[in-house]
Design a protein around this ligand. Structure first.
Ligand code: 13P
Ligand code: SF4
Length: 319
């Protein structure tokens, strides 16, 4: 068994040797986020990961996250070698939106713009007019609505419902959900709030409506992180994957961060919100990807070219 320090050192020298940079999502393990930070990589939300990867000069991007993040990087940078610690890391939203069914669904509503969440396969993106992430979805839908467009939204029904309520957009929603955020319960959060009365409630919009309703801030991972820096509260109850606590605690060491419970009461479940696919990313797999060039992402060129159009639209969209 190789200890963590040895692994970390090996990864650091491999990153240099291979002219590679580490792009990590906030939900990956602390050790991976730490490495990204120490080696000139980035810890980011899905939109920032895409932007960082596309703009970085490194020849190889190691994307620690889930598969759609690696595919997005490949669509944007076909000339780069895109590696992932594991190709098994998927997402319940991606799984719940297979291209054949989704395409047939879209065919039923030819007069609607197809807006898909980034948490989808390259093939689903290739069928879309727009790709959005949670940090930009509201603004894009608002913009489309102002232009008189009607929308098909997929796959996250909770994020879609939130956008619909906020913007009044005419949206038909696909029936998908995130298995992590779907488990947050308003009752458990309110129980915690009765203990920490000064706490601000921060919620990722993949959570159910009853949870979004009691939030002080609703936003993407980086928007929630920014809220903890900007707000004067001492305590934050956070309804998103617990991986985000690494950066929240680092940014505000004197503040208290409490995991929103996924059970009915504050006391029953305090540490359940962790994406099982994000958790697959390990230091060992990260080392192997770099050392053996394994976990390579490939996207068929026809799909890539089609998927690039709605993805680039998102990157070019000015908020
Ligand atoms: P963000 O874009 O907010 O980072 O969300 C990605 C994700 O998978 C949330 O579950
Ligand atoms: Fe997908 Fe949810 Fe995991 Fe994010 S947390 S990658 S939406 S399953």
């Amino acid at each position: 068994v190789v200890d963590n320090q040895e692994l970390r050192d090996e990864i650091k020298s491999l990153l240099i040797q291979k002219n590679a940079v580490l792009v990590a999502h906030y939900y990956t393990d602390d050790a991976i986020q730490e490495l990204a930070e120490e080696t000139g990589g980035v810890i980011a939300d899905s939109l920032e990961m895409a932007r960082f990867g596309a703009n970085h000069e490194a020849q190889t991007l190691v994307v620690a996250g889930v598969k759609f993040m690696g595919e997005t990087a490949k669509i944007l940078s076909p000339e780069k070698n895109i590696l992932m610690p594991t190709l098994e890391a998927t997402c319940s939203l991606d799984i719940g939106c297979p291209i054949e069914e989704f395409s047939a669904f879209c065919d039923q509503y030819p007069d609607r713009k197809v807006v898909v969440y980034a948490n989808t396969s390259a093939a689903v993106k290739a069928r879309a007019d727009w790709v959005v992430t949670s940090s930009i979805a509201l603004q894009v839908v608002e913009h489309l609505t102002e232009q008189g467009e009607k929308i098909i939204w997929a796959p996250d029904q909770h994020l879609g419902g939130y956008i619909q309520r906020e913007t009044g957009a005419d949206m038909i929603l696909w029936d998908g959900a995130c298995i992590v955020h779907e488990e947050f319960k308003a009752k458990g959060i309110l129980d915690l709030k009765s203990i920490y009365s000064d706490a601000a409630i921060l919620v990722h919009p993949e959570s159910p409506e009853s949870v979004v309703e009691i939030a002080d801030v609703v936003g993407s991972t980086s928007q929630l992180l920014n809220a903890t820096k900007q707000m004067s509260n001492d305590t934050f109850i956070v309804a998103t994957d617990r991986g985000i606590f690494y950066k929240m605690r680092q940014a505000s060491p004197s503040k208290r961060f409490v995991e929103a419970p996924t059970g009915g009461s504050g006391a029953t479940c305090r540490s359940c919100a962790h994406c099982p696919w994000m958790a697959l990313n390990s230091l060992e797999m990260l080392r192997n990807a770099l050392k053996y060039n394994s976990g390579q992402i490939h996207v068929a060129e026809e799909t890539r070219v089609k998927g690039l159009i709605p993805l680039q639209r998102m990157l070019d969209f000015q908020v």
